[in-house]
Design a binder for this molecule. Structure first.
Ligand SMILES: Nc1ncnc2c1ncn2[C@@H]1O[C@H](COP(=O)(O)OP(=O)(O)OP(=O)(O)O)[C@@H](O)[C@H]1O
Ligand SMILES: [Mg+2]
Length: 251
């Protein structure tokens, strides 16, 4: 199932590491097993999901991509400077992102659940100078909302057609209902020409059909089908028989 034209060119085609530019491949971040074995990763024209255990390297990869594309490492857009500068010699120096010759994103945004508070402060500061900033968010400071409400307000109001988005664990702030609302927003944005790269642990989000899923593990980075992810199989077996599952677990 897909809601975009089948032949739509992605803004960004692929990501790879130029190993000749890596100083010591045995130090962080190249020591992370998935990064060490990383080949070329082709990006999906709609949504690329990055999954894997805690500590498998998802945020490291996303941050490097964001810095390489001149996003602020801590989240936000290219104009939101949160005074966090990446160190020289990081993964961002050695990765390359192959861009389309024909399509460029009109806008780009890096959204991380843990830094939406910083972004809300940035919007409030900008609003002092220019009311249009807060107008986008319904004339109400983002700080006057809960974490999840703030996050969804940014997704609904800040994100525009024909744009490129990187999201790190968007589900962290969201109830299951709001995760489903986020899926609808993502689908709307895909229809209007957007491309996403999303790191997630959410079996709800990663069910989005017009996507590719890459799993980071000790074996490297491999494409997996939704139904073979541990997120799907484990959640499913738990929810089908929670009592039996817990009985086995806690025996
Ligand atoms: N500055 C650092 N120096 C050394 N090791 C680091 C540094 N930052 C992260 N790591 C290690 O790199 C590994 C990958 O971390 P990363 O944050 O990318 O994982 P992740 O897949 O995003 O995990 P999670 O699902 O918990 O968010 C972890 O083992 C972490 O401890
Ligand atoms: Mg992470």
């Amino acid at each position: 199932m897909q809601s975009r034209p089948a032949n739509r060119e992605p803004f960004f085609h692929s990501v790879h590491i130029v190993w000749d530019e890596v100083g010591d491949p045995d130090t962080f971040p190249y020591s992370i097993p998935a990064i060490k074995k990383m080949g070329r990763m082709n990006l999906h024209p709609a949504v690329t999901f990055i999954i894997g255990e805690n500590g498998s390297g998802k945020s490291t990869l996303l941050e490097a991509m964001a810095v390489r594309l001149n996003f602020d490492e801590s989240g936000g857009d290219a104009n939101a400077n949160f005074e966090v500068r990446p160190l020289d010699g990081g993964l961002h120096d050695a990765i390359r992102i192959q861009s389309s010759l024909y399509r460029r994103p009109g806008d780009r945004f890096f959204l991380r659940a843990e830094t939406v508070f910083n972004y809300a402060s940035h919007i409030d500061r900008e609003a002092i100078e220019d009311r249009k900033f807060i107008q986008r968010y319904g004339y109400k400071s983002l700080h006057a909302r809960s974490h999840g409400e703030m996050f969804l307000a940014i997704v609904q109001n800040r994100m525009k057609a024909e744009s490129f988005f990187i999201m790190d664990e968007p589900e962290a702030a969201l109830s299951p209902t709001r995760q489903i609302a986020t899926l609808k927003e993502i689908d709307w944005l895909v229809r209007t020409g957007c491309q996403f790269v999303i790191a997630t642990h959410s079996p709800i989000l990663m069910a989005y059909p017009d996507s590719i899923i890459y799993e980071l593990s000790g074996d490297g980075i491999r494409q997996v089908e939704y139904e073979e992810t541990e997120h799907y199989t484990l959640t499913r077996s738990f929810l089908e028989h929670p009592k039996a599952f817990l009985k086995r677990l806690l025996e």
